[in-house]
Ligand binder design. Structure first.
Ligand code: KIV
Length: 271
């Protein structure tokens, strides 16, 4: 188990992630939920750890992210923070905890006090005044566009977004608006690879893709998918444990494959 070459040396900042984007150096994000995996992520050189509300499905047994509460998120952010002192930790804001700017400020503050260094919110133009207010008060924000799982019922299922010209233009406009409002990072989920690449090129902030092809500035996968724990894994994910043989090896292979551009391949992307 050779951690030394990958381990993070210094705490990761948004400044560092921007520098990596400018240098064309890919960074790695993993959605994970506990102290032990968080510590391993630091040793494996995972720059960003997302305490995603996917924990509703991966850990708590719900069939969507909608039942996740602030208390669930705080509990898991605190655990992850105890295990990891160098990755940048993003805490997801659960469904209906940021419906108004006031509510968002209150709940984002709670996540930051629990140990998050940035909060993630799903949504486009309607969210811009909220992003602006959070940014003005010193709370870094990660936007999330494309397939936004908290809107699964409105979207009619877990489906690829942005395939029509009109949808693609809307996604680009929303990405630009979120960045202009003060977002520091953007997650693009399940969008055609060419669209994700052009949004990443146009945006000055780093874009993290999941099911968005190889042209984004970073990649994120859920730890359960990396470790083959998901019964019906999404087509854009990969079980890295199968080849690596152990859990640290799987995490390190994910890091290496993202950084070298091997992951995601064309089969793990959408047209
Ligand atoms: O909740 C989560 O884990 C996420 C990622 C899949 C991007 O939002």
């Amino acid at each position: 188990m050779v951690y030394a070459t990958l381990a993070l040396e210094k705490p990761i900042t948004t400044y560092r992630l921007n520098k990596m984007k400018q240098a064309g150096e890919k960074f790695v994000t993993i959605a994970l939920y506990d102290a032990h995996m968080a510590a391993m992520a630091e040793r494996c050189g995972v720059e960003v750890v997302l305490v995603g509300d996917s924990l509703g499905m991966t850990v708590l047994g719900f069939d969507s992210t909608i039942p996740v509460t602030m208390e669930h998120m705080i509990y898991h952010v605190e655990a992850v923070k105890r295990g990891n002192h160098k990755s940048l930790i993003i805490g997801d804001m659960p469904f209906m905890t940021y419906a108004t700017p006031e509510q968002a400020l209150h709940n984002a503050g709670r996540l930051m006090q629990a140990g998050a260094q940035m909060v993630k919110l799903e949504g486009g133009l309607w969210l811009c005044p909220t992003v602006e207010q959070l940014a003005q008060r010193g709370i870094p924000v990660c936007g999330h566009l494309g397939l936004t799982p908290q809107s699964v019922h409105k979207l009619g299922g877990f489906r690829v977004q942005g395939r029509s010209d009109q949808q693609a233009k809307q996604l680009l406009d929303e990405a630009l608006a979120l960045a202009a409002a003060g977002a520091d990072l953007l997650v693009l989920e399940c969008v055609p690879a060419a669209l994700a690449q052009s949004i990443s090129q146009v945006l000055s902030i780093p874009v993290i893709g999941i099911g968005a092809g190889a042209g984004t500035d970073a990649q994120v996968l859920v730890i359960n998918d990396i470790l083959g724990l998901t019964e019906h894994p999404p087509s854009f994910s990969k079980n890295f444990l199968r080849e690596a043989g152990d859990i640290p090896g799987a995490m390190q292979q994910f890091v290496r494959d993202v950084k070298s551009g091997v992951f995601p391949s064309a089969e793990q992307s959408f047209n």
